[in-house]
Design a protein around this ligand. Structure first.
Ligand code: NAD
Ligand code: IPM
Ligand code: MN
Length: 377
């Protein structure tokens, strides 16, 4: 029978707690549908870093490149300087494997109330298509105490190489910092195309571009123009534009206002947390980082240090990220079984039996078992 090699980085905080539940679900699904998952475990994260000083060795990255997919919990720990591990592990993976799509569906679930109720008969079914390799996330910049800052850029970024230098100084000297956001034609083209194709597959007649060209015209004006060129190739689609501030406002008033939301990297990060909240909780929001090489599946949420170790984490976002992973492998029946089991658990459980985030008292492990037992069929 078919065996897939799946790399797994449980990571920090609640990462290992929720990843364990996702693995359990995927193993049961694989068993039922006649394939197997050969898990390759990687310990990277805060504990490993604090013990060994190692963040993410090149050799591990190379090995992972040979896997069929990667399942990740969450990276980040209050004992470590913010960004050190997040950039060193999570963003390194997104950039190295050129995972240019960050796909983040926001859905209504049975018996999960939205904080903003929808009109009768409506449900939330929105998807954030977040550009995942450019914008302010490229790490290009620096800070200086002495009034003079210069940095050079030398980034080998598929499908282009980026080089350059920037020098800035203040008179009189004062501390300063700068970080450069970049957008390129191939970078926008491929994400815009993905968003348009997705809208067509969903049977929708529009894509909404989340922008801020009124304040940041060079960067987001370019993003708008490049997206418009791509969208023009889809006669059945209308390209709507919404400034990110207004978009957030509309979402809070009507969470179901949009279908496909095409977002530059930073706006997509923010809007996906907003939608997670609007869909009923951070622990319900799944995601995939998709590219032409290794793709990585992880919940939208982070390591939640405030609840780590308490059993209060909701594992459903991680499990639903596992569903996306199975779809990516082409194992659609198994993916349907995982999604169906989450739905059945939510429908059948008494209120006490739901995760804490959903008003119940079910510890993370038990919620995982409830889902796994429903996948077994
Ligand atoms: P967070 O998503 O970890 O937590 C935000 C809030 O949501 C917290 O109150 C938390 O308890 C709650 N929450 C998150 N996931 C939950 C779940 N599954 N069940 C129940 N409640 C849940 O965001 P943060 O506090 O900004 O970040 C904490 C750390 O995680 C930081 O180090 C940050 O850099 C990192 N982070 C990592 C990722 C990732 O690995 N993909 C994503 C976001 C944040
Ligand atoms: C996410 C996270 C990351 C991001 C952080 C941890 C770097 O918030 O996956 O949404 O900003 O992309
Ligand atoms: Mn985020």
């Amino acid at each position: 029978s078919k065996t897939y090699r799946i790399a797994c980085i449980p990571g920090d905080g609640i990462g290992p707690e929720v990843t364990r539940q996702a693995r359990k679900a995927l193993d049961v699904a694989a068993n039922r549908f006649g394939f197997s998952l050969d898990w390759q475990d990687y310990p990277f994260g805060a504990a490993h870093y604090l013990r060994t000083g190692e963040i993410f060795p090149e050799s591990a990255l190379e090995e992972m490149g040979g896997c069929d997919a990667l399942l990740l919990g969450a990276i980040g720990d209050p004992r470590v300087k913010p960004g050190e591990l997040e950039r060193g592990i999570l963003l390194t993976l997104r950039f190295r494997f050129d995972q240019y799509v960050n796909l983040r569906p926001a859905l209504s679930f049975p018996r999960v109330p939205l904080p903003v109720p929808l009109p009768e008969g409506r449900r939330l079914d929105t998807v954030v298509v977040r550009e995942n390799t450019e914008d302010l996330y490229m790490g290009l910049g620096g800070r200086a105490e002495g009034g003079s800052l210069s940095f050079s850029v030398d980034a080998r970024r598929a499908p282009y190489e980026l080089k350059g230098e920037l020098a800035l100084w203040t008179t009189p000297p004062c501390p300063l910092a700068a970080q450069v956001a970049v957008s390129t034609r191939p970078g926008v083209e491929r994400i815009a195309r993905y968003a348009c194709e997705l809208a067509v597959r969903r049977g929708e007649d529009r894509v909404t571009l989340v922008t801020k060209a009124n304040a940041v015209p060079h960067l987001y004006g370019f993003f708008e123009d490049e997206t418009a060129r791509v969208a023009a190739q889809y006669p059945g689609l209308k390209l709507e534009k919404e400034n990110v501030d207004a978009c957030c406002y509309h979402l809070v008033r009507r969470p179901d206002a949009f279908g496909v939301l095409l977002c530059p990297n930073l706006f997509g990060d923010i809007v996906s947390d907003l939608l997670a909240g609007l869909s009923g909780g951070m622990g319900m929001a799944a995601g995939g980082n998709i590219g032409d090489g290794l793709s990585m599946f992880e919940p939208v949420h982070g390591s939640a240090p405030d609840i780590a170790g308490t059993g209060r984490a909701n594992p459903l976002a991680a499990i639903l990220s596992g569903e996306l992973l199975l779809r990516h492998l082409g194992e659609h029946e198994a993916a349907d079984a995982v999604g169906g089991a989450v739905t059945a658990y939510l429908e059948e459980s008494d209120p006490e039996g739901l995760p804490f985030e959903l008003g119940g008292t079910s510890p993370v492990e038990r919620s995982g078992d409830e889902v796994a037992s429903r996948i077994a069929g």
